[in-house]
Design a protein around this ligand. Structure first.
Ligand SMILES: [Zn+2]
Length: 378
């Protein structure tokens, strides 16, 4: 099944570097791993299937040899803008939902990105980054929380199509109901650090939980989708705390029944746990980004596990790509190929008709996201 004509709505990604120049092989390899370890970048990442496969595919696209040196030379001959336009165009990506809260200063803003690539771009509001900025700016807990609530209230009017939380990274997914008094007590030491350093990394549980629940109350009133990081990620993540099953009390509370929860990254390696949640709760959706492209050889298996239990109306494509356009292109390419291979098996088995399989692919690659975020599509 060739899905290259099915347009993609990449429902969770980040922004591209303004200056796309890459300084060498190890720096290039660093884009193909979540590890921050320099020895991993120099010695081991180039031995991964993900990296090898990526370089072979890029070598073919850029009409150079399948080596890092050849790919770096070929990409160095064009501007960051031209490379982005070509790769995102080739990938037939119709729209990007962009979380600009990562590497904010080094990357194009959503508006700058929209002016450079052949895709529509809508922004996503990252909650913890917002809270950090406001804690630096405001003296008291009340002032910081009021400012935070005001921005979240206005998010939809300001053009954001979803909220996004990285609480898994900070204090884990076992979000507990925190009282205003507990949160206010936690604010003091956080504000101290903010005063001292001029910035702050928020990882204080009563405060992170309180702020997320505040945002969820607002999202509930507005029916605003909320993306939540689950599963693997950067080195500062305790993977045990990122198991999506920790979200059960929050889902069971019934207080956020109107919030579409989009659980990111296939919750990898908790893929079947995610599939179960998406199959059980009407407002839980499973995303595949980061797992696609990182797990490369395992992409059909991940899709098979998600669609094994969760309905196709609950599974959505994204790349979680950032910084270099190669990642958006590879993720789109491998998602279509993996999905096509998996659906071909189901058609051969007699489980689906060809038209049903194609409609399912369309749902996963864009239609579901368009419905959930209320976006025009295609
Ligand atoms: Zn992300």
């Amino acid at each position: 099944m060739d899905l290259s004509a099915v347009p993609i709505l990449d429902q969770h990604c980040h922004a591209l570097l303004r200056d796309g120049a890459v300084s060498g092989a190890a720096a290039y390899a660093s884009f193909f791993t979540e590890s921050g370890d320099a020895t991993m970048h120099a010695r081991h990442v180039p031995e991964s299937v993900f990296y090898r496969w990526a370089v072979r595919e890029l070598g073919a696209l850029l009409e150079c040899g399948p080596t890092t040196e050849a790919v770096l030379a070929a990409r160095g001959r064009v501007s960051a803008e031209a490379l982005a336009r070509r790769l995102l165009g080739e990938a037939n990506i119709g729209a990007l939902l962009v979380d600009h809260g990562y590497l904010t200063d080094e990357t194009w803003t959503p508006a700058e990105l929209a002016a450079r690539v052949p895709c529509r771009v809508w922004p996503i509001l990252r909650l913890e980054t917002l809270a950090q900025t406001l804690i630096v700016r405001h003296e008291t807990f009340d002032a910081a929380v009021d400012a935070y609530s005001a921005v979240v209230e206005r998010a939809r009017a300001d053009g954001f199509v979803a909220l996004k939380s990285i609480i898994a990274y900070r204090t884990g997914l076992a979000v507990a109901s925190a009282s205003r008094a507990d949160a206010a007590a936690a604010f003091g030491p956080v504000k101290e650090r903010a005063r001292r350093d001029g910035r702050v990394r928020l990882a204080d549980k009563p405060l992170t939980d309180y702020l997320l629940l505040r945002a969820l109350e607002i999202a509930e009133r507005q029916g605003m989708p909320v993306q939540i990081h689950t599963g693997f990620g950067d080195a500062d993540l305790d993977l045990r705390e990122a198991n999506p099953l920790h979200l059960r009390p929050l889902l069971e509370s019934g207080r956020y029944a109107r919030v579409p929860f989009v659980l990111l990254h296939a919750s990898y390696p908790y893929v079947r746990e995610l599939s179960y949640l998406a199959a059980m709760y009407r407002n839980v959706y499973a995303d595949v980004g980061l797992a696609i492209p990182h797990v490369a050889a395992e992409i059909p298996a991940v899709l098979r596990q998600l669609l094994g239990l969760a309905p196709a109306s609950k599974v959505m494509y994204s790349s979680d790509a950032s910084q270099i356009p190669e990642l958006y292109w590879l993720a789109a390419r491998w998602a279509r190929r993996g999905l096509g291979a998996m659906l071909d098996e189901l058609v051969a088995l007699g489980a689906l008709g060809g038209d049903e399989a194609l409609a399912m692919a369309g749902r996963v690659l864009g239609v579901n996201a368009a419905e959930i975020y209320g976006l025009p599509w295609p």
